[in-house]
Ligand binder design. Sequence first.
Ligand code: SF4
Length: 445
Amino acid sequence: MALTGVQIFKLLPKTNCKKCGFPTCLAFAMKLAQGGIDLSACPDVSEEAKKTLGEASAPPIRTFALGAGDSAVKMGGETVLFRHDKKFINPCALAVNLKDSLGDDGLAKMAADVAGSEIDRVGQKLRVDAISIEYASGDSAKYAAAVKLVADKAPHAALILNCRDAAAAGAAAKAVSERKPLMYCATDETAETMAAIAKENGLPLAACADGLEALSALTEKIKGLGVEDIVLDSGAKTAREIIENNTQIRRAALRKSFKPLGYPIINFVLRDDPVLEASVAAVAIAKYASIVVVSSIEKWKNLVLFTLRQNLYTDPQVPMQVEQKVYDINEPTADSPLMITTNFSLTYFIVSGEIENSKVPSRLAVMDCEGLSVLTAWAAGKFTAAKIAAFIKESGIEAQVSNKELIIPGQVAILSGALEDKLEGWKITVGPREANAIPTFLKGR
Ligand code: SF4
């Protein structure tokens, strides 16, 4: 039975040391009771307390990693049904399915495509996270070799052993066990053998059943066999089935604390039509999948799915920000223009993009305004003459420029007088109001 915050509090060290990120043990206990955090966040909790809290303190959706080291993708740990309730925590992994019958060259090329899929979008690195290697050849030696080849060619990708043949899966699991691949999958018939392989190699195991009742029974069976890290496949294939089943799983885990369904979900959305596949993948990303497996990757498809995933997994209460510093653009020299803006990601990428387009060597001073845009930061008192002056002085930029001129956004032209008073010896120039006028402005100087 779930414990209350006060019951949990009694079992904590009560030192209020803040190591868990909460100001007091009571605040941590309350959060733990709501299922919003893992007990392991308190490093000082006693073994006795761990034992007593046991299942009651476990997060409603089990958290563990797909893959190991650099390639590890954290899954599970979600605490809400809707992003606007708080936020979604661990972005789903995007995986591509490769058949072992593809041949060495085909597998190597696809693995290289995955390895090269990374893009930078608003300051975050986004990529295809995992490769599912499907046992299509019917030859276990060939399968193990294909898995090893893919693992070598894509060292930063997590691996999924898509193989229902226990003997072939066991050999492949041994070959790449240090990469902690997900074994996909155990059915009611193969649960014992697959669980034994997963347990022996310390790997997560996917449970695959038709419908949620059978799936719940299967996860209980696998757990009873000693495997804790389980991924759910309810057999959903169509967009409608994915929405229905994934939603019921998330609701059961969060609203009913139903442990047999408190695990991350995997959806295979393989389709011949890439547009249809991208659409169904988008449904799975939006509705609770932790791993989405597609049949092919292409730049346009990656971009669509990366963007959707990134937008869903940002915290709606925290604007996206870039680092406060002075950015060099187009290889500036000492007499290059110096512009300033705030650290809202979108503002930074639009302004820096326009400066890049101008081809004029420049510097862009980006000031920490808690991720607010220029006008909002000004209205909130975070982009004021005094604060800008302090930032410019502390940045050390004065030593790198020969002409002490600072170009401020046209929207805050009102700051120019006060800024000249605060920044002694500097000339303040008012730049364009809109970013798209920056190239003309810079070229015309
Ligand atoms: S880390 Fe543990 S002891 Fe420290 S404040 Fe958090 S709950 Fe209390």
